[in-house]
Design a protein around this ligand. Sequence first.
Ligand SMILES: *[C@@H]1O[C@H](CO)[C@@H](O)[C@H](O)[C@H]1NC(C)=O
Length: 252
Amino acid sequence: MLSKTTTLLGLAALATAAPTDYPHPPFTTSNAFRLVVNVTDISKYPSSSIHGSEIYAYPIPSNAARPGLAQRGAGNIFYQWHDPTSGIRFPEFGGQLLTEGLRGPDTVMGLRQAIHEVGDHRILMELDTTRAVDDRLADLSMQVTPSAYFPHVAAGELSGVRFSFAVCEQKVYVPKQGELGFLGLEFFYTWSSSEPIPEGCVPARLIPECVKGGLHEVPAGSVAERYHKEAKEVRCYEDVSAIEWEKYNFVY
Ligand SMILES: *[C@@H]1O[C@H](CO)[C@@H](O)[C@H](O)[C@H]1NC(C)=O
């Protein structure tokens, strides 16, 4: 028993040791962050305004909110909460990314894949409030990487499969206005790294930018209260727009 505990602690220590031996942009930590969209191949999309925008929760009538784009500084404030069932056994994993809706701290939403695919290996992302038995609001695997030189939101790992986020042209139906074009966050997977990203999509990473002062207060008794209390410190950058990416070689 004792040796098992020691091993686990040892692993945790390794995983959280500050990396210094590989050139990477400096980061700090916070329990609140915005998600900055970083187009991973800017040379292919030079005129895109997607790069540097932030993830914002757009309410969609009678559906889960859709993560779309907002200007720098106007994105939702996210925090990372750990599912108690997996988070205690594996403190480095089991994180969920949560945020609150326009209606405030009684609407807690989690970032996750929508059930339905939209084809071409594309899966919609959504921000849902639905609660499962174990309080799971979001995808467990979607969290800020705990032990990397480049903190970013991991899209998930599975050997032989490539996962990525993408910003894609979507259509949403808005009552009285009809179908409108929308740039939405999606999840993209392939079994071959050479497979091109689908038409109408731009591959992107989500980079956490720290919110100064951390997570805001919410009223006692609100739905968000307990999640805020248990929000984790995660690695994030003070100013993503100031990072000179050309100086670094991204490693996962
Ligand atoms: C961010 O985008 C730049 C430009 O496309 C790229 O060079 C860099 O590797 C990206 N960083 C991450 C962490 O995705």
